[in-house]
Ligand binder design. Structure first.
Ligand SMILES: Cc1cc2nc3c(=O)[nH]c(=O)nc-3n(C[C@H](O)[C@H](O)[C@H](O)COP(=O)(O)O)c2cc1C
Length: 304
């Protein structure tokens, strides 16, 4: 029996398998390294980093809902300098691809982070999270305006030595429009989906479950929406797509690959089972054997 080639390639970078961890759900991998050898992963996406430290939102900022959770962390992070000093040296030695997720409130903030990361060794990709509210544009989410997306993509590309992945928000009418805007701006890849905006009311306290009132919904509840959006985006652009949203098992991940994702990210599932990503990798391998696929890449976009 031939061995399955699990490698996939994104923007000229080869991942040893298609499974990465989703930003904000895996820290920088340190805590998880007690559970398994990080070099088994295709890649790690670090928590979003901004130019200066962000405190995040007031608590409570997490609430459990059926088949998922709401979070309103507010992109709390210690800023890019601490990331470079404390986290990157660890990530660099993890033995898998390193994706740094970038946050900002306006284009100049994103550009500041991208310029700081430009040329820094040990970073394979930048992932630009365009789900942040734009302060300058009156708080509208940057990632909902195709013109802003195209401009931001172009600006990041001009300043980055690493390939640029644009991370799309699902809180739009037509994901194909925002995916195309990334392509027009010169993105190397797109990733989707980020969380869907939701709300939970605590009926006993008669108030919002989250201090922020609204939060981002993640987990199995959003998976069918995510699969649909990955399918639509993958068929609208010729960029590689990283699919995520509620992936808990290999079967879930394979759905995303068949819909057109070159790679997949495991998010919230790692909270329930720290080894979830490893089971996903092993399960994709077994599926390929069972279906006579010589390469995991053969699954990508097989359902049209
Ligand atoms: C607690 C938490 C923090 C997150 N932080 C970030 C972040 O910093 N940057 C980002 O682009 N996405 C962030 N996300 C979104 C995830 O990366 C992912 O897109 C989303 O949760 C959907 O995947 P899942 O359902 O598998 O969790 C966060 C999600 C959660 C649950």
């Amino acid at each position: 029996m031939k061995d399955v080639d699990m490698r996939v390639s994104i923007a000229g970078v080869t991942l040893k398998n298609p499974v990465i961890t989703a930003s904000g759900t895996f820290g920088s991998g340190m805590e998880y390294s007690r559970f398994f050898d990080l070099k088994r992963l295709g890649g790690i996406t670090a928590k979003g980093v901004s130019l200066v430290p962000w405190e995040g939102n007031p608590v409570p900022r997490i609430a459990e809902v059926p088949s998922g959770m709401l979070n309103a962390i507010g992109l709390q992070n210690p800023g890019v300098e601490v990331f470079l000093e404390r986290d990157l040296p660890f990530l660099r030695n993890a033995g898998c691809a390193v994706i740094v997720n970038v946050a900002g409130h306006e284009p100049e903030e994103y550009y500041g982070v991208v310029e700081r990361l430009n040329g820094v060794p040990g970073i394979d990709f930048l992932e630009i999270n365009i789900s942040c509210p734009n302060v300058k544009a009156g708080g509208i989410t940057l990632g909902t305006d195709p013109k802003m997306i195209e401009e931001l993509t172009r600006g990041c590309k001009a300043r980055a030595s690493q390939p640029v992945i644009m991370k799309l928000t699902p809180n739009v009418t037509d994901i194909r429009v925002t995916a195309k805007a990334c392509e027009a701006g010169g993105a190397d890849a797109i990733s989707l989906i980020n969380t869907l905006t939701g709300m939970k009311i605590d009926i006993e306290r008669q108030t919002f479950a989250l201090a922020n009132r609204t939060g981002g919904l993640s987990g199995p509840a959003i998976r069918p929406v995510a699969v649909r959006m990955v399918y639509e985006a993958a068929n609208a652009v010729s960029l590689p797509v990283i699919g995520m949203g509620g992936i808990c098992t290999a079967e879930d991940a394979i759905e995303f690959m068949l819909a057109g994702a070159t790679a997949v990210a495991v998010g919230m599932a790692s909270f329930a089972d720290p080894c979830a990503a490893i089971d996903v990798i092993d399960g994709i391998y077994d599926y390929c054997v069972r279906h006579g696929a010589e390469k995991a890449a053969d699954l990508v976009g097989a359902v049209r």
